[in-house]
Design a protein around this ligand. Structure first.
Ligand code: PLP
Length: 359
């Protein structure tokens, strides 16, 4: 059995893939695949609506929030956020906690002058994030943007936002549906689907209704939340297969017991992996305990000369995609919702065995 630790596109639940495979050529007895039918057909509309309902149920999203099924990945939202939310303001607060938050800042600079709050710090030489209470927000910012889980740095901000009447905007690409969320604390959340949801090509945006209708007139319609909302995310042809498959993942999540159950499993997986790293002198993680990501676990070998053989042997053992991002180096295990505990157990068994043979 292969366990795929890719940071994204990432592993999907085996049961979902089995079902999609069974239905691929003859979906709902139509003699065709879901990919080949119109997004305006009653059959697809039902899939789309059910997916939205299940997603809303999973995150307990109240009716004054719109759920948009978008194209363009999270990076499209790096542009859509300022273009939709700035209104007459010329600045927004941007918390820089790592690679992706920084990328959002670079994009926002095209549309405004962001007030950048540097949140990266170190604690005992380990990567960390300053506490939310120390972030100095500006009075005239249209919103506060931050990224609670930095997929590459393996750094997480575990506090939920409490910015008073400021609009919180969060890039949840690598944590969505992995833990309960109090959506009312946010104005907008968004996430590329390809980690915790489904295939690449779909991005979920949840936006509070009162934030619609402020878009700059030069904003391309396809990024305009009001237009997307008015057209129920079918202003143009949506990524139908990704939408359908994400719907199957939402059903799977519900069958597993929902986000609260996944939260427990994710904690158990992270405890097992970090526990193995911490007990050994052969492996190390360079993130302060309070800011460790439960989804993306970067780790280094004591001797980087062994990286290549670690990757070759782990791949041969069915443990795929463990190479770390070039910015951080070493290894990275992404352990999203679809990764079972057995996968993390197989990884830690392999790590201990590798250490015995090479340590
Ligand atoms: N934000 C985060 C936290 C990510 O992890 C990624 C991709 O890995 C992105 C944004 C960019 O996403 P996309 O490739 O969907 O544009």
């Amino acid at each position: 059995q292969v366990f795929n630790f890719s940071s994204g596109p990432a592993m999907l639940p085996a049961e979902v893939l089995r079902r999609a495979e069974q239905e691929l050529r003859n979906w709902q007895g139509l003699g065709t695949s879901v990919m080949e039918i119109s997004h305006r057909s009653k059959e697809f509309i039902q899939v789309a609506q059910e997916a939205e309902k299940d997603f809303r149920d999973l995150l307990k999203i109240p009716s004054n929030y719109k759920v948009l099924f978008c194209h363009g990945g999270a990076r499209a939202q790096f542009a859509a956020i300022p273009m939709n939310l700035l209104g007459s303001q010329t600045t927004a607060d941007y918390v820089d906690g790592g690679y992706w938050a920084h990328s959002a800042i670079n994009e926002a600079k095209k549309y405004c002058t962001p007030n950048v709050i540097e949140a990266k710090t170190t604690v005992d030489g380990l990567r960390a994030i300053t506490p939310m209470s120390s972030w100095v927000l500006s009075d005239n910012a249209a919103y506060v943007h931050y990224c609670p889980n930095e997929t590459i740095d393996g750094v997480a901000i575990n506090e939920e936002p409490d910015f008073g009447d400021k609009v919180a905007v969060a890039d949840l690409s690598s944590t969505i549906l992995s833990t309960p969320l109090d959506i009312q604390r946010y104005g907008v959340i968004y996430a590329g689907a390809q980690k915790n949801i489904g295939p690449a090509g779909l991005t979920l945006v949840v936006v509070r209704e009162d934030l619609l209708g402020k878009a700059k007139k030069e904003l391309p319609s396809i990024l305009d939340y009001q237009v997307l909302s008015d057209n129920e995310s079918m202003f143009n042809t949506p990524p139908t297969f990704a939408w359908y498959l994400s719907g199957l993942v939402f059903k799977w999540l519900k069958e597993q017991g929902g986000v609260a159950e996944l939260d427990k499993r994710n904690q158990a997986k992270a405890d097992l992996l970090y526990g193995t790293i911490d007990k050994s002198d052969f492996y190390r993680n360079e993130v302060a305990t309070a800011n460790r990501s439960r989804m993306n676990v970067p780790f280094l070998l004591a001797d980087s000369a062994l990286d290549k053989v670690f990757l070759e042997e782990s791949f041969a053992a069915g443990l795929h995609a463990l190479k770390g991002h070039r910015v951080v180096g070493g290894m990275r295990a992404s352990i999203y919702n679809a990764m079972p505990l057995e996968g993390v157990q197989a990884l830690t068994d392999f790590m201990l065995d590798f250490e015995r043979r090479h340590g």
